[in-house]
Design a protein. Sequence first.
Length: 245
Amino acid sequence: MDAISIAAASGMRARMESLELLANNLANTETGGYKADREFYSLYTSADASADPQTGALATLPVIEHHWTDPAQGDLHQTGNPLDFAIDGDGLFSVQTSRGLRYTRNGNFRLSPAGVLTTSGGDAVQAKGGGTIRLQPGIAVEVSSDGSVRQGAQLSGQLDLASFDPQAMNKEGHNYFALVAGGSVKPAAGGAVLQGKLEGSNAGGPESAVRLVSIMRQFEMLQKAMSIGNELNRRAIEEVARVQQ
């Protein structure tokens, strides 16, 4: 394969990976607390690459080196639901799941039939120090900025807000984050819990739509470049055959 086709194919592959990330972001523009995935582009030099005879430079190919999660806070929306909580600043809610502790920015909580504060998926929200938060149905719930949950004068528990480096967490289903092996969790500092609000996705719909158009145009240009490379190869073969005749 010629150099033009190789470079175009590498670029098309990178754009396909970008489209997959972008499609997932677009699908979650309305998911509470969702954090968008981004890509980091780099250049790759093949072990078989040969130096340019004139410049001595090695050919490089575009590649997505790794993906990363954008931790930027989404917009906070007023809901009026006393069991909706948002974190303004640093921190994630700790949740007890069948796979162990998981973390989320989606504070769309509810009360289970047993009176336990849970996520919309039914996983128990963890209280600071461990355990769960139990509430009495029909009694007003008040939550202070530090996550303390009260019903009347009685303290029902305190939300366990965790913090860790974005590079130390992996995304999972149900809008959860899991701590990677060797990572450490610390109590969140500076984050304030707001009752009756939810954090929106930070994957902006208009921005994602613009990026989608841009990536598709780049892909089309790379396709044209590959077609040009194939046409040049065809003409070269025909010319060689004509000379040999």
